[in-house]
Ligand binder design. Structure first.
Ligand SMILES: Cc1cc2nc3c(=O)[nH]c(=O)nc-3n(C[C@H](O)[C@H](O)[C@H](O)COP(=O)(O)OP(=O)(O)OC[C@H]3O[C@@H](n4cnc5c(N)ncnc54)[C@H](O)[C@@H]3O)c2cc1C
Length: 466
């Protein structure tokens, strides 16, 4: 912390940013090209601070606030929209050293920990005590719980345990001026005034730095089954989902889907073999319950039904944990396979289930040979499509064919242009597709109230032009 005193104050970084662009506004393409100059996202900060305590975070923010120094909060840096990386010269405040578990209550399942705890380590900790974390995602080995809360991450257990907006019980947050806001309650019920923690869940580091989290962990299911199925069409995927919900009910914990293009890419780039007959679509189903025999009986009844009715053409059940992990890897490693295929245009969308895949087919026809691959996969059970387009390299003309077309398509279906990844730097200017002007205005007012000098994650989440 000593070196911290030597950081030069000076002009607000935002002013320098504007000077560099030669404009008082940010042209989306200029910013996009800027991203490409230095890699996936711009990283030009000269200062990385790694506080260990909330008091140290408060000290840093107080210092930065007094001197108009912009700050970029950073967790595991696994975010998909460039929220945690500096755009210009923001000071990075990393939670990497804030990795202490404060308490765990083995009756209520309430875990209280610092924001920098890695999700996978928390999972291991609570699983040893007979509980699970209410969220799980492909980036679990690196992402921090503070980053998860700041992005309101969805992930693979959303279908079963719901949003972090329900499972996070309390937060400790350091505000832009260094004030420590201690709302770290462990109560399930607390209707005293406004629920302030909700403001910070999903605020992507623009309203405060989350320093500690209190979260409700459900009991660990003693029987987990994973099935991987091939479906002949998307209509059959939807029918399989309906049948699954009806027949598996409370034990259904995940319903994920991927198309044949995804399978081709995980095969080509990661050498993962398809475990079932080649099909246009694949579905991964997970059940989590407390009685193995009861769950197996339900699952085999369901499989008999979907295979017999032609909804599913082929399927496999994981006989042990190793095999279950292999099946999950096919779904969880799609992001990795895509990044090895070339430049990736990524869209994380919420859509009505019956139109969910139409956008993928539509874009495939629209882009033709201009794209290498147009793929669709995601958390079908949550109505969440990950639409990805790969190309040899970034091309402004391909971007122009994709945007605003994709956003307008989603808006016509009353969907969301960011289902779970947030807006960060990459998507901030598309917020207006999913929220009315009145909501945008209120968001700007809240930002001005909590961070009047705009030092927390400038250029992120809220649009440049409203
Ligand atoms: C392979 C892979 C799979 C993924 N799967 C999913 C998925 O299924 N579902 C999903 O929702 N996301 C997914 N993601 C995206 C990403 O992992 C999540 O957004 C995750 O929650 C980010 O956590 P992080 O600690 O890495 O945060 P970072 O990337 O470091 O930061 C993300 C944002 O939160 C802010 N932030 C971070 N820490 C704090 C803090 N303590 N206080 C205030 N603001 C903070 C940052 O400024 C930034 O705006 C995936 C990513 C990868 C690479």
């Amino acid at each position: 912390m000593d070196g911290f005193r030597n950081i030069t104050s000076g002009t607000c970084p935002e002013n320098r940013f504007r000077a560099q662009l030669g404009t008082t506004d940010h042209h989306p393409l200029a910013l996009h090209l800027l991203q490409l100059e230095t890699g996936r996202f711009c990283r030009s900060s000269k200062v990385l601070l790694r506080p260990r305590t909330s008091q140290e975070v408060a000290h840093i923010l107080r210092y930065c606030h007094e001197r108009n120094l912009a700050v970029s909060p950073q967790g595991g840096n696994t975010g998909m929209v460039g929220g945690s990386t500096p755009v210009f010269d923001e000071i990075i405040v990393s939670t990497a050293l804030m990795n202490q578990i404060v308490s765990f209550h083995n009756v209520s399942g309430v875990l209280v920990c610092q924001a920098g705890c890695v999700l996978e380590e928390l999972s291991r900790y609570v699983e040893e005590r007979g509980f699970v974390m209410p969220l799980d995602l492909g980036a679990k080995g690196s992402c921090h719980i503070g980053g998860n809360v700041a992005t309101n991450a969805g992930g693979l257990r959303f279908l079963r345990y719901g949003s972090l907006r329900g499972t996070v019980l309390g937060l400790e947050v350091v505000l832009a001026d260094g004030t420590i806001l201690n709302c770290l309650t462990s109560l399930r019920k607390d209707n005293t005034g406004y629920d302030l923690k909700q403001l910070f869940i999903g605020s992507e580091g623009t309203l405060g730095v989350i320093t500690a989290v209190s979260i409700l962990c459900p009991p660990k299911p003693s029987a987990v089954n994973v099935a991987f199925l091939g479906c002949p069409g998307f209509a059959e995927v939807l029918q399989t989902f309906c049948t699954c919900r009806g027949m598996l009910g409370e034990i259904l914990s995940a319903f994920e889907f991927m198309d044949a293009e995804c399978m081709k890419l995980v095969g080509r780039h990661l050498r993962l073999a398809c475990p079932v007959q080649e099909s246009p679509f694949y579905v991964l189903i997970e059940t989590s319950g407390s009685r193995a025999g009861h769950d197996a009986e339900k699952l085999s009844g369901f499989l008999e039904q979907v295979l017999g009715s032609g909804l599913v053409t082929d399927g496999t059940l994981a006989a042990d944990q190793r095999r279950a992990k292999m099946l999950w890897a096919l779904r969880e490693r799609i992001t990795e396979a895509l990044s090895r295929d070339g430049y990736v245009y990524k869209y994380d969308l919420s859509l009505p289930l019956d139109r969910l895949y139409d956008l993928v087919s539509d874009l495939r026809a629209r882009l033709g040979l201009h794209a290498k691959h147009v793929v669709g996969y995601g958390h079908l059970g949550d109505g969440n499509l990950h639409l990805n387009v790969t190309a040899e390299a970034f091309s402004p003309s391909l971007l122009g064919t994709l945007e605003p077309y994709v956003y307008e398509w989603v808006t016509r279906q009353r969907g969301s242009v960011s289902a779970e990844h947030g807006l960060g730097f990459k998507k901030k200017d598309v917020l207006g597709y999913s929220k009315p002007p009145e909501a945008l205005q209120l968001m700007q007012q809240l930002k001005a109230l909590l961070d009047p000098k705009g030092i927390l994650n400038p250029y992120k989440t809220l649009p440049t032009r409203t």
